[in-house]
Design a protein around this ligand. Structure first.
Ligand code: ZN
Length: 345
């Protein structure tokens, strides 16, 4: 089968690899109908140390179950499923509490040892019953692009909003105009935010953010952005700030634009450690929450809104490619020529 392998920063290839197979009785084998490239895939694209074996890429997919192990009870051959970016057993204390990304037996597709990537023709799914969400529609559904976002990007945007305590009447700011930030706008609107400020500067992304419900745009950076947000929030900053980038400047901006007593939901994979402004979060009573989104828990909540057309997160995909064009897809996203790239079988 064809699969995407990264060998070093900037070196992504699509190669023939041994077919994915069942290894454990709790596994399922999924034929990938749609996958995509994540903003977080761009981190190794910039800094992966050379590796001879290479790293299997991709952690977002929808597809059809081709086979299940003998211990799989709920998922059946032929089911159309969402594959969350993390696999989880569905039974440990964290899974039962809806934090599947902390599953005691869990891990992440495309980075955990022995688990493949989703930018491939097929993938082995550990703990199929806990991991997979069976969709009530068929693989040719018109909303397939939006269904695909439930594997990561929409669930992650939602997690940022929930972690930032978005609620009716709140003033919300979204740091980052990538696909996750845009889904954060959708999530904030869905949760009843009164004002949604997007911090970003790419015209195509801003246009989409406005269609998703952003009420204000701040295209300045750094101190100027902070002042501008204060100005348009009545002088105090936002109640809820969604941080979807993961860099130190983005996090510092997030801290500075959060009003006292407010909350930050961070979902950008952190590429910072300690930072000078940390102290101000104490004196402003700012809650900092967030982390890897338990998207498995959110699919059920978000699915009706997708199927009934109330939210259209699939619109973040502005380019569709075949599996062999995946390297071009990375390049397009890296050069900001595409917001998010979908890989269609
Ligand atoms: Zn678990």
């Amino acid at each position: 089968m064809r699969a995407t392998i990264m060998y070093r920063a900037g070196d992504v290839r699509v190669e023939n690899v041994p077919d994915a197979t069942l290894k454990q009785p709790t596994d399922a084998l999924v034929r990938v109908t749609r996958a995509c490239i994540c903003g977080s895939d761009l981190w190794p694209y910039h800094d992966l140390e050379p590796t001879e074996k290479g790293r299997r890429m991709g952690h977002e997919a929808i597809g059809v179950v081709e086979a299940v192990g003998t211990a799989v009870r709920q998922v059946k051959r032929g089911d159309f499923v969402v594959m969350p970016f993390a696999f989880s057993d569905g039974s440990c204390p964290f899974c039962r509490e809806g934090l599947q990304t902390s599953c005691e037996q869990g891990g992440f597709f495309g980075s955990s040892e022995g688990v493949g990537g989703a930018q491939a023709e097929a993938i082995r799914i550990p703990f199929a019953d806990g991991t997979l969400f069976v969709l009530p529609v068929g693989e040719d559904h018109a909303l397939a692009a939006s269904l695909l976002t439930l594997s990561d990007v929409m669930g992650t945007g939602h997690h940022a909003a929930v972690s930032a305590r978005v609620a009716p009447g709140k003033r919300v700011a979204v740091v980052g105009d990538g696909a996750v930030g845009l889904c954060g706008v959708i999530a904030a609107k869905r949760l009843g935010a009164e004002q949604i400020i997007i911090l970003g500067r790419h015209p195509d992304r801003i246009a989409l953010a406005k269609q998703f419900g952003a009420t204000d745009v701040v295209s300045e950076r750094g101190e100027e952005a902070v002042e501008r947000v204060r100005e348009i929030t009545g002088g105090f900053g936002a109640h809820s700030v969604l941080e979807s980038v993961g860099t130190e400047p983005a996090m510092l901006t997030a801290i500075d634009i959060t009003r006292p007593g407010g909350a930050i939901g961070r979902v950008g994979v952190p590429h910072y450690s300690g930072m000078e402004a940390w102290g101000s979060t104490f004196y402003k009573n700012i809650t900092i929450s967030g982390g890897p989104a338990p998207v498995r828990a959110y699919i059920e909540q978000l699915l009706p809104d997708v199927l009934e057309g109330r939210i259209e997160p699939g619109r973040v995909f502005d380019r569709t490619i075949g599996i062999d064009e995946v390297p071009d897809g990375y390049r397009a996203m890296d050069e900001r020529k595409a917001i998010k790239v979908m890989v269609k079988a």
